[in-house]
Design a binder for this molecule. Structure first.
Ligand code: PPS
Length: 285
């Protein structure tokens, strides 16, 4: 398998699952319905944790669903060929995942009442998580070593483009009432309150024992042991045999990998690019 990419409107996508035709179709004519719930992230920001949590909220803490259906079928990726087809056939309120930047997202969303949760994460941890994931993924160009992935990320070229644009684009929605911003950090530091916030946003009332069950079944350990959520089903064709989606259960792992110079370079870039956004949006600072 090669790590080739297709380019669509200046953004690279792994050619294995994406095509310009589908991306155009998704952008122009995929119909987002008012009752849909959209789970939006930049890659490696905790997407699968959010999906698992949302699924468990929908099933009131009952783990049957998350233990019997692969995570990518429960909340399909709208921009991927497979997910887009699956979504078109789904009845009722749908959970929909996406990493798309705002300008490529289905236009129908912006006229709908569908709710979106936007999960962000310290970009320095996104770099580290992405670096280790790309080493085990068979469908992307492999960065060697971390410095190369870091450079792709900060220079906005290679296959790791777009974190700053993604954040700027989606945060323009921050005053809309159908848009909730969360961070991986707050999920990690106070998981219960964050899950309660999600429930409130989605209008779901859970009993205390149901909430406990959501927390238990979406924990790092539970997800790591759940073959429907830990990507073990992708080993072979898509991931190396030793590949783990659930790598570490920490915030601030960048401190173990960044040089002092890299941290300074990144902080300077972050300051330049993000200074016009309210800094309390970024709780890791
Ligand atoms: S992807 O491939 O872009 O969809 O990856 P994504 O799910 O966004 O991010 C993967 C990182 O999320 C961590 N993760 C979790 N952390 C805590 N608790 C739970 N339940 C959980 N599930 C996933 C996962 O470990 C990846 O982070 P790193 O830092 O690499 O460990």
């Amino acid at each position: 398998m090669t790590g080739t990419v297709v380019w669509f409107e200046g953004i690279p996508f792994p050619s294995l699952q994406y095509s310009p035709e589908i991306l155009r179709e998704v952008q122009e004519s995929f119909l987002i319905k008012d009752e849909d719930v959209l789970l939006m992230t930049f890659p490696k920001s905790g997407t699968n944790w959010l999906i698992e949590t949302a699924c468990l909220i929908y099933s009131k803490g009952d783990s049957k669903w998350v233990q019997s259906e692969p995570i990518w079928d429960r909340s399909p990726w709208v921009e991927a060929k497979y997910g887009c087809e699956l979504l078109k056939e789904k009845e009722g309120p749908r959970l929909i995942s996406s990493h798309l930047p705002i300008q490529l997202f289905p236009k129908s969303f912006f006229k709908s009442k569908a709710k979106m949760i936007y999960l962000i994460r310290n970009p320095k941890d996104v770099i580290v998580s992405g670096y280790f994931y790309w080493k085990i993924a068979k469908f992307v160009k492999r960065p060697q070593p971390l410095e190369q992935y870091f450079d792709w990320f900060v220079q906005g070229n290679g296959d790791a483009t777009g974190w700053f644009d993604h954040i700027w684009g989606w945060l323009s929605m921050r005053d809309k009432e159908n848009f909730l911003i969360l961070s991986y950090e707050e999920m990690k530091w106070d998981t219960r309150s964050t899950v309660e916030k999600i429930c409130q946003f989605l209008g779901k009332k859970l009993e205390p024992e149901e909430l406990d069950s959501v927390l238990r079944n979406s924990s790092f350990q539970a997800m790591k042991e759940n073959n429907m959520s830990n990507f073990s089903l992708l080993k072979g064709r898509y991931l190396e045999e030793n590949g783990e989606l659930l790598r570490k259960d920490v915030t601030g792992d960048w401190k173990n990998y960044f040089t002092v110079a890299q941290a300074e370079t990144f902080d300077k870039l972050f300051q330049e690019k993000m200074e016009d956004l309210p800094q309390d949006l970024f709780p890791w600072k």
